[in-house]
Design a protein around this ligand. Sequence first.
Ligand SMILES: Nc1nc2c(c(=O)[nH]1)N[C@H]1C(S)=C(S)[C@@H](COP(=O)(O)OP(=O)(O)OC[C@H]3O[C@@H](n4cnc5c(=O)[nH]c(N)nc54)[C@H](O)[C@@H]3O)O[C@H]1N2
Ligand SMILES: Nc1nc2c(c(=O)[nH]1)N[C@H]1C(S)=C(S)[C@@H](COP(=O)(O)OP(=O)(O)OC[C@H]3O[C@@H](n4cnc5c(=O)[nH]c(N)nc54)[C@H](O)[C@@H]3O)O[C@H]1N2
Ligand code: SF4
Ligand SMILES: [Mo]
Length: 894
Amino acid sequence: MTVLPLAREARDIVRTTCAYCGVGCGVLASSDGQGGATVAGDPAHPANFGRLCSKGSALGETLGLEGRLLAPVIGGRPAGWDEALDHVANRFAAIAAAHGPDAIAFYVSGQLLTEDYYVANKLLKGFIGSRHLDTNSRLCMASSVAGHRRAFGSDTVPGTYEDLELADLVVLVGSNLAWCHPVLFQRIAAAREARPDMRVVVVDPRRTATCDIADLHLPLAAGSDVALFNGLLLHLHDTGVVDRRFVDRHTVGLDAALAAARAATPDVAAVARWCGLPAADVARLYAWVAQSERTVTVYSQGVNQSSAGTDKVNAIINTHLLTGRIGRPGMGPFSVTGQPNAMGGREVGALANQLAAHMDYDDPVAIDRVRRFWQAPHLATGAGHKAIDLFRAIGTGEIKAVWVMATNPAVSMPDAGQVVRALQACDFVVVSDFVRDTDTARLAHVLLPAAAWGEKDGTVTNSERRISRQRPLRPAPGLARPDWWALSQIGRRLGYAEAFDYHGPADIFREHARLSAFENDGARAFDIGAVADIPASLYDGLEPFQWPWRAGESGLQQRLFGDGSFHTPDRRGRFVAVTPRPPCHAATEAFPLVLNTGRYRDQWHTMTRTGRTPRLSAHRPVPLLAVHPDDAARFGLADDGLAHIESRWGAAVMRVQTTAEQRPGTVFAPMHWTGVLSAAGRVNEVVNPQADPISGQPELKATPVRVSAVATRWQGFVLSRQPLAFDCRGYWVAVRGAGHWRYELAGPEAPVAAWERLEALATAAVTEAEWLLYRDPAIGRYRAALLHGGQLQLAMYIAPDAAGLPSRIGPAALFSEARITPGQRRSVLAGRDPGRSADLGPAVCACHGVGRDAIEKAIATGCRTTRALGERLRAGTNCGSCLPELRALLAGVA
Ligand SMILES: Nc1nc2c(c(=O)[nH]1)N[C@H]1C(S)=C(S)[C@@H](COP(=O)(O)OP(=O)(O)OC[C@H]3O[C@@H](n4cnc5c(=O)[nH]c(N)nc54)[C@H](O)[C@@H]3O)O[C@H]1N2
Ligand SMILES: Nc1nc2c(c(=O)[nH]1)N[C@H]1C(S)=C(S)[C@@H](COP(=O)(O)OP(=O)(O)OC[C@H]3O[C@@H](n4cnc5c(=O)[nH]c(N)nc54)[C@H](O)[C@@H]3O)O[C@H]1N2
Ligand code: SF4
Ligand SMILES: [Mo]
């Protein structure tokens, strides 16, 4: 263990870890003294070796205090901590006394630090004594957890990031790595450039940016992955690509797995039919896998978020067990985690069907061990409700109090309308967040202000089991406090002062490490006993390390299972016999299209941070429904028009993006937009809540829907220095710009009625202003600007169609001006019509703000390579997240 030696001049630079995805990049950050920070990739961190993606590069811009929750709130009024904590503790105690401890639930998150997570788990399961603690990882990693446990006997990712570079074949299944794990994508892209023989295959119904480095793209039918990998298992077996020694000595269950595969997909033709793929492409994948000893299969939400998610995971793992390609350099199944600490939550056992530290309720010895270790008075002794059932139980009143921490379920849960109704009906809702206004916070009785990235202090674990420190750059503002602190305070108030007597994250980390090693004879994979007794100074300087790291061990074991020793009772790996089945809800005549959902490059989940930075809001300013041109024609949708998307569960409205990247019969929408930021952009209103029967993970990627064009009589936008509150039924989406918010608008009424409504809103928002006005009722065109104090405060533009609107760029820039000039005054209403694509981006390069239009012009005038584009426009020269899109534009396919 080394303490970090900081150079003198670098004393203000803090080594920390990115707040976003599970790659877990090391960040060098220093506070800029003005509420922001400068950030750079940490060249010494083994996850990223200095790289950062667009989101990581913009971390410093998310630290502003606008919108922060700075004090506890009880029933809508600010309160002090003592009052809030007493209130929460009293309500919990009363509810437990009246209805039993199981009437209390915690719904937590992979965005907590391990220390927060540990205390939440201990408090609820050990001391309050409720079974019902689940996490948003249920929506994210639950199928991988379940698949790992079936195959390996433990929830263990066997490989390391280096394997992605050492592989000869990387198969990416249901993973848009270029957008969601961009630094891993860049590492693979660089490896492939250095070794042109290396191959990459993408298995995804959509053609994504990740296909930029793919030698083969298999746009399979939704949910058909089990058929594809069962077919691969058979092909490998029947062509003799089998590690006999490994299979015989270290596994069980091959025959049943083969029989199940043969029954449904006896040959490549059958696989091709199941998956809706050309047989030649399936055969090509199989041949490449057969040839490539060094194969890594990376998978993510296209696999996990499925009613057959656990079976998909095991279908993939089966192929690696058959070939013994696991736990050795350049090979293995590789589940990439989403959230920064999805892994940490799994380590502390914070899923409703786990107890703690890789110990489960199905083992009475483990239950007794955890009880003794915690000296827990009321240890829960059975599994609790998984997320979907948990919110149902809130809805029925079985659960009467819930503490939601670091997650926004009113947006991120499927059938989100039900979740909102359940929280509305719930007796007592506590929400811990660092943002004041979220869809979930609007439903809370008590809000508790949390510390955010840059203030939080603790550890996270990334996808390759590497534990890194998040370190604070500054003290938390206002009354914001770390989540572990609030949890411990509740523990103390409930009478457990000794069990929650933590003075800092180091105390909690050591206890967590001690529990991982407690009576662990090697049967539990997760063991970090080596750091169980480190002093606070070593914890502060803790270098990133991978688990397991047992007490007394010096050399760290990077990869697991290469020796064939698994964590099952007989130490053998398990083949699991799996049978393909289609998604739970098939398309029907009434709902003929399948809705797939996922992520955009520059937005993080429900946008509470990324949605506040102009730079990250420019890439995709509004949510788009991606539709194949044939389907658009079939359902009367126009590119850029509005579509109403409807399922059995609910509806949403988005702009249409027609694209041949979409598989016909399917549409795709982002998961990010909320009720705070849009009228009807919350896609989970529409998404079905059916879950995988084993993992409980919902099928977020396949919901039957119908779509229809929304008729509008006007389009428009409003730019405003202050945020505005819309309560209209029409279409609106809020977009963050520099010094202002922009509202993209459209509606069904006559333009004149629309502008009269907007004028009322503007008059209320800016009470004292000079108005510049242009109204033409005959052609339905309206422009207005409100000036005050020499500055532009608000500007509004309405026209019957998008072509009648001026450029947003000119007036938007005026919000950065200290004082506007007479010339600018004259121009603010003039603006010429720029054409929507030039105006609304997409801003392809977030770091240097380079739009698609400029790139297309540069290509038309001679730029032939990404390097040339970089030299001319600087596009793609910083974080590199936009390189796939630059290459697509160069190739003329975007
Ligand atoms: N920019 C950005 N990055 C993020 C996040 C973010 O919000 N924004 N979130 C982080 C989190 S928490 C997570 S979990 C990860 C998620 O990372 P990913 O899993 O890569 O992201 P998604 O876009 O959810 O889904 C991946 C792909 O699955 C495909 N898919 C859908 N159905 C199927 C199917 O049946 N089979 C197959 N093979 N593929 C299918 C979709 O078309 C989609 O392209 O990203 C992390 N990184
Ligand atoms: N349709 C559809 N739905 C999905 C998905 C999908 O692909 N499609 N993906 C699912 C997946 S994989 C995931 S991971 C979820 C993510 O969904 P959520 O977890 O609900 O999304 P976030 O916006 O990350 O919410 C985190 C909230 O916690 C706050 N927060 C962040 N850090 C902290 C902290 O340290 N302490 C506290 N107290 N608050 C904090 C943030 O401000 C934010 O309000 O969405 C799931 N939902
Ligand atoms: S890839 Fe990007 S979002 Fe993920 S950890 Fe690294 S910098 Fe952060
Ligand atoms: Mo996730």
